[in-house]
Design a protein around this ligand. Sequence first.
Ligand code: PXG
Ligand code: PLP
Length: 449
Amino acid sequence: MNVQLHNSGVSEGLRHYWLPFTANRYFKRHPKIIASAKGAYFTMEDGRRLFDCLSGLWCCPLGHGHPHIAEVLKRQAETLDYATAFQISNPVTLSFAARVAAMAPKGLDQVFFTNSGSESVDTAIKLAIAYHRARGEGQRFRIIGRERGYHGVGMGGISVGGMVANRKAFAPIMMPGVDHLPDTYSREHMAFSRGQPTWGAHRANDLERLVALHDASTIAAVIVEPLQGSAGVIVPPVGYLQRLRDICSRHGILLIFDEVITGFGRLGTNFGAERVGVRPDLLTFAKGVTNGTVPMGGVIASQEIYETFMTGPEESVEFFHGYTYSGHPLAAAVGHATLDIMEKEGLIVRARALEPALENGIHALRGTTGILDIRNFGLAAAIDLEPFEGRPGLRALRVFERALDNGLLVRFTGDTIAVGPPFISTKQELASMCETLGNVIRSVTSPDA
Ligand code: PXG
Ligand code: PLP
């Protein structure tokens, strides 16, 4: 059969495609179509080249079109394209679990595969609740999330998440027993912090308040992102995560780190846990694990949690959970290829080494009219813009569109611009990204500009 990429048919598609997390009517009047990608750049249908400022959606740290990934993907598809993961396994999935466990923080040894961050979060929540039940503490059913937290869009994830827009329509059907910590952001106390703010560790004390309110014996787990990515790169204050860890340990509460963005190098270490020096009991990952090429996610559990499940007759299923595509061979193969490249090219070390270039470049924009705050940690940064009066989000939308005209694909939410460039970026590319972004922000001065 003739190999065809189906690159035509856009206008027909616009009539039938319901875009996720998108203003569909606006998009269909102003379509933006990417045709191809190579390295750190996308090419639009009209030929414009865009620097991929957010590594896809935080998920392509190695850039695009790496020949090793393409080759491994093709070979795996020819060798074993799919096999169920229920009651049978295969070498590529097994060896990939071992490789992920080897990269994980010490003590986190058991890898359960899913296909996305949302599935990973729902899996981690179920593991936490089932773990306590297996220990005879079935009354521990509460999960504590955090305001402005993003944990995907599954029913568990939106319940523990703190993104109001993602939750409000579903309020009556949220998971019961969920409460939220306050987020750690305070512009007054930490505007223009470089790296981790020194103010804010005390916000972890709110967990003591929730423990007092609900009683520790009803709380199963706390789930937080080491770095709040979706909310606009909200950086954990120095000592904050350690304090959460201490309070959880004191009360027998599990600590879940949602590392969907921070896993696999974004903070310059294998996992964010390592960068902040705190070991969670469960850790979720997705995105970068396969460089975004094939969907994959997972949960890494402590050996202790795993052992707790391993009771009852040997032939009985210990955890009634799993997805048709859990541990998909194509994803596992591409995961290996991703880690091969990360190791061979030293890309996590490179991400750490690039951090000062991003920090200096982005903070050089301080003082620009319309900028209220600039934050950074690892290879991630955000800029808060002053909203146009009565039109929240419009200034960032205008910056996003003007940036496209100037060769940058950035991410915006509300009036915040976020960047998380690929680890293969050069210092020059980061400097030029920041400079162009500054020019774009200066040029967007009114709602119609
Ligand atoms: N947890 C965290 C911490 C995430 O960042 C998810 C779970 C859900 O993953 P999936 O694969 O189901 O999308 C995420 C996803 C943004 C942005 O604008 C971030 C995400 C998704 C979409 C946009 O920063 N993170
Ligand atoms: N819905 C139906 C009818 C199914 O049969 C299945 C899986 O067998 C699912 C949903 C769940 O799909 P997945 O395993 O891909 O999450």
